[in-house]
Structures are given as C-alpha cells and as structure tokens.
Design a protein around this ligand. Sequence first.
Ligand SMILES: [Zn+2]
Length: 404
Amino acid sequence: MKTKFRFSILLLAFFLVFSYTGSTVYAARLPGGNLSYMQRGSSVKELQSALNKLGYKISADGIYGPGTRSAVLAFQKKHSSLKNDGLYGPSTRAVMEKTLSDISKKPHKSEEASHDKEKDKPKAEAIRLPGRTLKYLEKSSDVKDLQIVLRKLGYKLSLDGSYGPGTRSAVLNFQKRHSNLKNNGIYDINTRTALLESLKNGLPSDTAKGKIAYLTFDDGPSKTNTPKILKILDDYNIKATFFVLGSMAEKQPSILKTIHEKGHSIGNHSYSHRYDYLYSKVNNFLGELDKTDRVLKNILGKDFNTTLLRFPGGSSGNNKANFRKAAMDKGYRNYDWNALNGDSEAAHVSSKKLIARLKETARGQKELVVLMHDTYGKETTVETLPQIIEYLKAQGYEFRALNE
Ligand SMILES: [Zn+2]
C-alpha cells in the first residue's frame, strides 16, 4: 500500500514536471533582465535563436549588433504594447515567450502553414500601393497609400498625401536597405515590389544573409578629408554613416548636404565633443543633441530627421547610464562600435598601423560597426580606406549605412 502510494506520488511528480516544461518550454532559453546593445555572450545567442524560431533570419553569433536590434525592433513593432526601441528587456521577453509558446502549441506544420496563408490573404488585400511612379511634390491619394505603408514599416512621417522631403527621405532610407534598388528616393515599381515583400515578411528589409559592415565616420565634416572619403565611397558604391558634430556641420554646410544627397546616413555626435561639459549634466548632453539637430535641420531642411546617435567617447560605463536612458527616451538609437582602425589612438597613426588595427578588431565578427574619423588630421584614414574596403570585401562583407 505504502509503495503504491509512493509510486502514485512519483507519477504525479513526473506529470507535473512534464506539463510544466511543456508549457514553458522556451522560458529557460530566453534570457532574463536587459541585454545591452553590442553585448556579447550566451544570453545574446539565446535571444538570437529565439528570434530565428520566430522567423527573423539573423546570425546567431552571440553579438547584439544592428541585425539583432533590427529583428527585436521588428518584433516590437508587431506588438503594440511594446516600446519600439530595439532593446531586449523583461516586457519584450514576456511577449516573445508567449508568441513562441503559441507557435509550439500548433499541432501540425502543414496546418500552421495553411492557417497562416489564410491570415495573410485579407491583410495583403487591405494594403494598397500605387502601380506607377510617383512624382516628387505630387499630392494625391496614391501618395497617401504609400505613406500608410511606409508608416507600417516604421518610418515616421505624416499622412498628408504630399510627396515632400519627409516621404522622399523615408523612401530613400528604405531603398538603402535593399541592394537591388536605386537610391533616389523616388517611388517606382521596383520599390513597390520590395515594399510588398517587406510587409509580407513583417521584417525590416535588412536581410543580408552574409556578413555586414557598417562603416562610420565621426567628428566631421571636414573640408579636407570628408570630400575624399565621399569620392572613395562613390567609387565602391558603398553607403556609410557620418556621425557629425554640430559645430563642424555649421562650418561645412555644403559638404553636409553632399553627404545627405549621396544617400549616406547622418547621425548626431553632439555639438562640441567636450567630455567635461557634456557628461557633467544630462541636460548639457541633451542640450547639445538639440543644438546639433537644429543645425542639421537648418542645413538639410526642417523635414530632415535622424534618430542615430553616437556618444562622444562611446556610451559604455555606469556613469553614462542616465545619459543613455535620457537619449533613448528622446527617441535616439545609440550606436557604439565593435571594430576600428585606431585613427584616434594617437595624433598621427601610420597607414600600416590603421590596417593592422582594423584586421585585429574585426576578426571573427559577422557584423561590424567600424569606427573611423573624417575630421582634420586623419589623412591616413583617407589613404587606407580603399585597402580597408578591399580587405572587408575579400572577407565577404557587404556594406550598409545605418538607418536614419
Ligand atoms: Zn568623436
């Protein structure tokens, strides 16, 4: 009698354990707490494998780079209760866990597929995208249809039915993420096809399968080096990102315009770059972000907007936690780097050393955010840029600009 009873207890325990692991099968695999941008490690890998299960095709390299952030952002955009910041934390975890467990509850793959197809049908019909090229400054309901779709894909713009600079810049940003599209900011049939594809996948369009390198240039624009860098990027047909200083942009408005017109991305890197002032008070820091934003809008037009931010000196460290939070609350996405050419490690760095530093810091990473400088005195950066591009190409990297 006693043994029988014990056996039943054992069975019950087994049952409990099984049903528990059954319903929360993914719980153990999703990291708790917050993951920070550019963090590395097994927690990031766990998140990446969960994202892959959800259909976001990203590399599970254990680095919280732009690709991972973009996938998290795309996931957040599909769930209205989540903040769209691309950062993984407890609330994103909770929704992700539920979504994963819903997927795992579906009994058969085939059923799941046919069910999804049915769900997609009415969705596809609800989306209208004009079947013709739209003219710049055109006002029509076709433009409004385009704006509605751009908004669905996360581009912030007004639905005024007018193809102004805001709409053009959203189209351009979208085009930059598709290597098969011309980067001209004009809506045409090819752009239409790519937009429909992105909507169908519910994904940001950044789906490069291989390795990606984001070249970034800080502290400019300068009269001497920036135009040469732009020329090299043109020669290679590469789009890059320029984290400019308000104080520098003010002095070189036409170079800033050229950067923008060529389809590169522009980010905010403060006004003065003075660490002592910027990091003594959160309000000093925010004030300089605003000041630079005003400079950019004055030069590029009031519709210009960038959410890209790079902290002077980088954003890491507990002493910058309040600064990171304040910038994020303002809607900025902060990008540090995970590779560099070391051009700011001394007043003058030789070409040989720059290339060596790049190779050494880029090694083994699938996604690179490369820190370089286009300000005065960085002549060797210009000199070595073609070699650095050639090297990264040979290593199989595709080049992208960060999305403004
Ligand atoms: Zn800097």
